[in-house]
Design a protein around this ligand. Structure first.
Ligand code: FAD
Length: 472
């Protein structure tokens, strides 16, 4: 008889309740333990999973394969095209290996939930644990028993519930058997991009976490908005794949700042709020599954008349809008598969408001480029920026790219790093690209003029997006 541990978005051996439970059962009942990961290339394509993220997944799987081998557990790679093929595969494997249990971490997205439900409906012994949130979706509700639609009261309730709990991450399980040797490293049956900018493995994620809570968490509130600084944790690529758990993040924060949950003035409060924003969006996805299917949270969002502007969209994607702050941000995304949060807000506002292009196009481009691409946070961030989301930025708040540039990259050091064409420009020219001198406009310049003029674009956005007014 066999017990399975099925890895999905929880590619770690530390603080993994599913793995711990599987190892315990195997040990107590003297069962064989098998670990599996299922590649679903067609499903990944349908979900716009990016090539860089696939490379990152593959590299983490190789680390996981080694970590499991040291515990005496072999990790196998199975292959299905879509989630629909997962059920018959499991039926066959459960029968073949006389499986008594399959342990796996629950996932919040609708297709993933349906895939798991199909196994349960077919009577397969699937046991789901909550790996991806600190407090599981559905457990943070208002007095009427409903999911919150505004972050601040959600955060308050979340803190009340969390304050009563102890967060002690589970250690990696003790070896089950002598180490197994690896015959071939895991290789996904798909083309992959390049994620080399980011080191793979749990060790790297743990080190980043420790360094952040010890050295940067206290200054996070002051530094987090400046893309030229290392003011944020850069843990999102690891959290998105479950290489580190949000519980580990919270436990590390509490070890350094024991009052972070209960004390409103704790220096760690701002970072805690970001971890809880992550949870808020995941809880929303479970409570409102239509968010997984491209729908606006605010039904009035369906009435917005977006522009069809392929050239403008291409210029945005490729970082040649003529606004150095926007272009530097997009080039950062395209080059390293990650973008600073302040910049995500700037470029998302620019696409949906200055260019009046449907947020779904931006969401898809982000998903294909990001290493931390994750439906809940990405959809949440895009709908927040477009003004169509839950507890979103009001439609009439339109980021001024010139002011944002001046405020958050005052010496233009971030911009100069990613947009070398403007490296010699004065600060005034970089932050106010409309004001390039006449001499310069006539000179040969590789860098485009702004594709849209700020005040006219602002007026157009206010007009078209005013269909959202009723809800604000
Ligand atoms: P830190 O500032 O150190 O925050 C710690 C962790 O909290 C992050 O790693 C992340 O897991 C979580 N977090 C922080 N801010 C947010 C937020 N606003 N919403 C949800 N979770 C948050 N984040 C993703 O993980 N995946 C995405 O696909 C994604 N798409 C986004 C799209 C847009 C348009 C916007 C505006 C934001 C998006 N974010 C996304 C949220 C945020 O930009 C990133 O999580 C953050 O920049 C990651 O950097 P960090 O790890 O240094 O974050």
């Amino acid at each position: 008889h066999t017990v399975f541990i099925w890895f999905r978005q929880d590619l770690r051996i530390t603080d993994n309740q599913a793995l711990t439970a599987a190892v315990k059962m195997a040990r107590q009942q003297q069962l064989r333990l098998k670990a599996v990961y299922i590649a679903t290339p067609e499903q990944w394509q349908q979900h716009d999973v990016g090539l860089k993220q696939l490379d990152f997944i593959q590299r983490h799987l190789r680390c996981l394969q080694q970590a499991l081998a040291a515990l005496g557990i072999e990790l196998s790679l199975w292959h299905c095209d879509t989630f629909a093929d997962v059920l018959p595969l499991w039926q066959q494997q459960v029968a073949q290996h006389k499986a008594v249990a399959i342990f796996a971490g629950a996932e919040p997205e609708i297709n993933e939930q349906q895939r798991d439900q199909a196994l349960l409906d077919a009577g397969l012994p699937l046991n789901l644990t909550n790996e991806h949130c600190i407090l599981a979706p559905g457990t943070v509700r208002n007095q009427s028993g409903e999911m919150y639609r505004v972050f601040t009261p959600f955060f308050k309730r979340w803190r009340e519930l969390a304050a009563a709990k102890a967060f002690v991450p589970l250690p990696p399980p003790a070896p089950l058997a002598s180490a197994v040797s690896i015959t071939a490293p895991i290789t996904l049956p798909v083309a992959t991009g390049n994620s080399e900018h980011w080191r793979a493995g749990e060790g790297e994620a743990k080190q980043r976490l420790q360094q952040f809570v010890r050295q940067a968490a206290a200054e996070y509130a002051e530094q987090r908005d400046f893309p030229a600084l290392d003011g944020t944790s850069s843990l999102s690529p690891y959290l998105a794949l479950g290489v580190i758990s949000p519980r580990q993040c919270l436990a590390a924060l509490l070890a350094q700042f024991p009052d972070a949950i209960v004390d409103d003035t704790s220096p760690a409060r701002t970072w805690l709020a970001e971890l809880v924003w992550r949870e808020f969006y995941r809880h929303l996805l479970v409570a409102f599954p239509h968010l997984c299917m491209g729908a606006s949270f605010n039904p009035l969002g369906g009435q917005i008349h977006w522009r069809q502007a392929d050239d403008d969209f291409a210029a945005w994607c490729e970082g040649r809008t003529g606004y150095p702050i926007v272009d530097a941000a997009m080039r950062q995304l395209n080059q390293i598969g990650w973008m600073h949060n302040r910049l995500r807000m700037i470029v998302a506002s620019f696409l949906t408001k200055h260019l009046l292009i449907d947020w779904r196009h931006g969401e898809r481009w982000f998903r294909r480029q990001l290493l931390d691409g994750d439906l809940a946070a990405n959809n949440g961030g895009w709908q927040w920026s477009a003004g169509t989301g839950c507890d979103a930025q009001p439609y009439f708040r339109i980021f001024n790219p010139m002011t944002q540039s001046e405020k958050f990259d005052p010496d233009a050091s971030f911009i100069r790093q990613y947009v070398p064409e403007v490296a010699d420009w004065s600060l005034k020219q970089i932050h106010h690209p409309h004001n390039r001198s006449a001499a310069e406009l006539f000179a040969v310049s590789d860098y485009p003029l702004p594709i849209v003029e700020h005040s006219a674009a602002r007026a157009r956005a206010l007009d078209r997006l005013s269909v959202l007014k009723k809800a604000n």
